[in-house]
Structure formats: structure tokens, C-alpha cells
Design a protein around this ligand. Sequence first.
Ligand SMILES: Cc1cc2nc3c(=O)[nH]c(=O)nc-3n(C[C@H](O)[C@H](O)[C@H](O)COP(=O)(O)O)c2cc1C
Length: 325
Amino acid sequence: MKTRITELFDIKHPIIQGGMHFVGLAELASAVSNAGGLGLITGLTQRTPGDLSAEIARCRAMTDQPFGVNLTFLPSVNPPDYPGYIQAILDGGVKIVETAGNNPQKWLPALKEAGVKVIHKCTSVRHSLKAEAIGCDAVSVDGFECGGHPGEDDVPNFILLPRAAEELKIPFVASGGMADARSLIAAMALGADGMNMGTRFMATVEAPIHDNVKQALVAASELDTRLVMRPLRNTERVLVNAGVERLLEKERTLGAAMKFEDIIAEVAGVYPAIMQRGEMDAGAWSCGMVAGLIRDIPTCRELIDRIMAEAQVLIRQRLEGMLAD
Ligand SMILES: Cc1cc2nc3c(=O)[nH]c(=O)nc-3n(C[C@H](O)[C@H](O)[C@H](O)COP(=O)(O)O)c2cc1C
């Protein structure tokens, strides 16, 4: 397939692996890129810019295909060393960056000057338009279904994607709820030039996470995610577990008075416990409703090849077959 996204990033297939904390390491990013998609290393999972440089080098040793780095800009009391991470990206010769969270405007001049293509993840049309106005090359439009932070507007992709298509001039990929060829073709019908998958890529052979997590995704249904932290206006979609039930109970009892400190036990340090040690009740970790569509743990190449083969069948047989003569 040739789309504005495959052209922009010089990739074979219009499929991106979104940044994922403690999941987006070199093993996964290189496997996705080797399979013809765009793999992304998650910048902030690396504790220092020096660690990110080493991870970029490790990824480069595993693939000669384009890959990128995700940089997430979160509100924080002690912000990470963003200038250092940007320098590591530039020094590592990475040419694609996925930004997410706050407006990346401050960091764009350095990236653009070095010829880096920037795709910003947005959960609304107004933020997507802002990304276009400040010079981003593309947008990842993240619907309400998505794993992670869906924002506070709660607009699902069946509305959000065509709305984005009505307004945006730069290309965008559909993100949130994407799992297979049906997702890809539907997203393209709604105006996207490709798709971004998070949760689906966790259930792959190469995802460098504990097998308990992969099995939990296969076992989960579309009813098993919950929205947490809404009272803090930092809503996150997570897979339900005992830690998440505790967190939701605190939200119910504390109500609008809840502060971040009240839920620290259920959110801090959870990612290493879940992803590395497989302690499935440790607390809140991002997971999309798309878990209900995950039934196996293929390699990234098997997954992407299957999507692209089934996409052809969908277009040539199912859709064309519906056209009356
Ligand atoms: C475990 C996990 C961790 C994530 N961590 C990040 C992150 O650190 N930064 C970010 O921009 N997005 C993060 N995301 C969001 C994904 O990049 C992607 O936008 C989202 O998963 C798309 O929805 P889907 O899960 O339905 O495919 C994370 C998602 C998951 C499932």
C-alpha cells in the first residue's frame, strides 16, 4: 500500500507501533520496523538521555529500517531532561519522533532543523489542528477506545476520524481500537492514511514484557478496561485488576477532593511490576478496549503480514464485491 504516511516515513506498510512505557524497547521497535511498519522506542522508559542513546544504538543494530522515538510531555513537578533526550535523538540520527501529551511547539525547531519528521498524538480535532498549525508533519488521532490517555472529550473514532479528515490538511493515522485488517480498512474509509496500534503490539512474540501480560490480553474481553484518574483530569484507560478496583474505590469515596498522593500506591512503580515481573494485580497499566479483539500472540511479522494480506481481500473481495454493476 502506498499512502501519505508510507511516503512520509519511508515505510512499506501504513502501520505504526505507538510509544508504550516499559514496552517500547529496541526488541519491539526493531521487530515492527523489520516487518515493514514503523517501530518506536519509548523515550522516557530510558532513565537518562545516555540510556536512550544506548537504546537507539541497540535498535540500530537490530534493524536497518526506519524507526522512531516517542517523547511524551507530561505535566510534572520535576520534568525529565527533555533537552537531553532531544539531543540523544538527534545524535542517534533518528529521523522520526512521535510526540504526545503537552504541545510540543517548544521542541519543534531543533527537531525540524535536523530534518526530523514529527507525528503528534492528539485526542481531539482542536489539538490536531494546533499540531498542524505549529508545523507537525502528521497526527496520530487517538480515539476514546484507546489504551492510555484518551483525554477528557470521550469522542470515539467513528466520529473523531471523519471529523479530523474534514479539517486536517496533513496526513493522520487512526489510533485507538486498531487490531487487524478490518481496523485498517475502516480507518482508511474514514479518512486516515494508516493506523497506530499500542495494545495489539503488546501481544506479540517480540514484545519484551512478561508472558502474564500477554496472556491477560488474550484472556481479556472488550468489557475489561476501566477509566481511572478522571477526577484528576488525567483520565487513563487501563485493564481492570485488584489494584484498579482499589483505585476506583478511592475515587468513589474521595470524590472531587481526591489528590494524586491518595492513589500513589496504585499508580507509582506499577509498570516494572507488571511488565517485567508479571505481577498482574500491582495497579493501573494502560490497555485498550481492543483487548477484546486479541486472541493470539504472533510475531510482529506474522501480525503485519496477516493484516496486509487480509486488507487486500477486504478491498478486492468484500468491498468491491458489494458494488452493483
Ligand atoms: C501499556 C501502554 C503504555 C503506553 N505508554 C505510552 C507512553 O508512554 N506514551 C504515549 O504517548 N502513549 C503511550 N501509550 C498509548 C499508545 O502509544 C497508543 O496511543 C494507544 O495504545 C493506542 O490505543 P490502542 O491501545 O487501542 O491501540 C501506551 C499504551 C499502552 C497500552
